[in-house]
Write a protein that binds this ligand. Structure first.
Ligand code: HEC
Ligand code: HEC
Length: 215
């Protein structure tokens, strides 16, 4: 009996071993150490009794996503995107143009297609893509701002595209371009956690009065 179980277990391990490389190839790229950091859930903040204090703590946790390079590279102050975890200038040099979709004759979409594309290059493993790929408007600039200042911007309908808090939640939790940050293509570290968990944090932040950290 026992021997049979061992043989069976060994067989399953071999199947698992054979499957594993295929599974790995499809998994998102994760930098060493990134898996040690995770995004807390809204429930993790239930022990903070004061709603305003809890609200600030929830936004601070959501800020781990908002301040990730995957979001920041498209929300710069200068009217030009940045690249990589060190937010270096976009190579080739690129500007937002009037529409945020790039200069006339060289729109973002000339290189950024509707989905990520693998490349055969050594340095660049993939080109990011999304149907709505564009630079965030100047009033939504986040780079170099404190999390409190970003929070105030996100809440301000004159600077957030005229959105209500419910619409902000919907954008954070459902928008496909925002979701790209968790599926950024080979060679890039995804944002922490999942878009669903991020959406829950934003909802809990709104439910507790949408308080901002000190700017
Ligand atoms: C001539 C081709 C080309 C054009 C046009 C272009 N890009 Fe890029 N972009 C790239 C390539 C290639 C990469 C990947 C580089 C890398 O990963 O090192 C990239 C990467 C990026 C990244 C970095 C993503 C990250 O988190 O590392 C952002 C942001 C970006 N582009 C925004 C834009 C925006 C916005 C526009 C239009 C205003 C634009 N790009 C136009 C080729 C282009
Ligand atoms: C490829 C570029 C790009 C990336 C990557 C990106 N954004 Fe944006 N973002 C935009 C553009 C363009 C707009 C303006 C479009 C609109 O208002 O619908 C915008 C608008 C927003 C808005 C609404 C207005 C406001 O208050 O700022 C929020 C919220 C937002 N982005 C959150 C995020 C978050 C969170 C991430 C990362 C998880 C992210 N974005 C990644 C381009 C990007």
């Amino acid at each position: 009996m026992r021997a049979a179980t061992v043989v069976l277990a060994a067989g399953l391990l071999m199947i698992g071993g054979a499957l594993l490389p295929g599974v790995r190839a499809d998994a998102p790229a994760t930098a060493p150490g990134a898996s040690a950091q995770t995004l807390k859930s809204a429930a993790d903040f239930a022990s903070i009794k004061d709603p305003a204090t809890r609200s600030v703590a929830l936004f601070t946790e959501a800020g781990k996503v908002i301040e990730s390079p995957r979001c920041m590279n498209c929300h710069p102050v200068q009217r030009a995107p940045t690249q990589g975890d060190d937010r270096h200038p976009h190579n080739p040099p690129m500007v937002a143009g009037q529409s945020g979709h790039g200069p006339v004759g060289l729109p973002c979409g000339a290189c950024h297609g509707p989905a990520n594309v693998e490349t055969w290059g050594q340095d660049i493993k993939s080109i990011p893509g999304d149907p709505k790929w564009a630079l965030a408007p100047v009033e939504m600039a986040w780079q170099g701002k404190s999390l409190g200042a970003i929070c105030a911007q996100i809440k301000d309908p004159t600077r957030n595209g005229g959105r209500s808090l419910a619409e902000i939640h919907h954008h954070m939790a459902e928008d496909h371009l925002v979701g790209w940050a968790w599926n950024p293509g080979d060679g890039r570290v995804p944002a922490l956690g999942t878009q669903a968990r991020f959406g829950e944090l934003v909802q809990a932040w709104i439910d507790t009065g949408a308080k901002c950290p000190k700017a």
